[in-house]
Design a binder for this molecule. Sequence first.
Ligand code: FES
Length: 225
Amino acid sequence: MRIKILRKSSPDAESYWQEFEYGRKSDQTIAGMLGELNYMGDLKDVEGKEVPRIMWECSCLQGMCGACAMVINGIPALACETFIRDIKGDTITLEPLKKFPVIRDLMVDRSIINENLLKEDAFIEEYKGSDHKEHDHQYMAGKCLKCGLCLEVCPNYNGSKNFYGAAFANDCYLIATRSDIHKKEIKLSFDDHFAAGCSKSLACVDVCPMKIPTLASMAKMNKMR
Ligand code: FES
């Protein structure tokens, strides 16, 4: 297989494509393939030139941490959950997420997701036994990995100051239903930084690796007074 990777040596450097050969292994994931390329001896491009190892992020390798989010053949996805058997054709292109600053190669800086939560004091201030009716949805909303895939596909999110996207909306719902102390402020933050900018493309729901029903979080927040 031909593996084409959009590389960048530092945040300020120019991006460039580099190609590698890889013997197709259907049961391998993109994450596994990157591991093999990087660590089966010296890394050489298709012309046989020795090149620096490919920088990318991972932790759990089982779809639980969100670190390995990248764009695979044009589709934002988790590298550890994408199998080579599901790739059509003999070429795989890998690019970093485009809505976040690139640190190096496929590794991006997603700290804006947590910074936005911090700015809006989006945390649970006190323990409050939750309403049983909300348990199922709280469980689902609480699965957010902060991987950034929802922001990558969102037509309204561009990294600018005001619209924070689905990851923020789901956390607003969790906080508003678990904490009375700043429920009102969280509802206002949700209105300002999510509801006012969301055009309901729902691409975030399609791409979410945890299948979080963000539409239900939105509906519950919109009903809240
Ligand atoms: S490495 Fe944790 S989700 Fe892929």
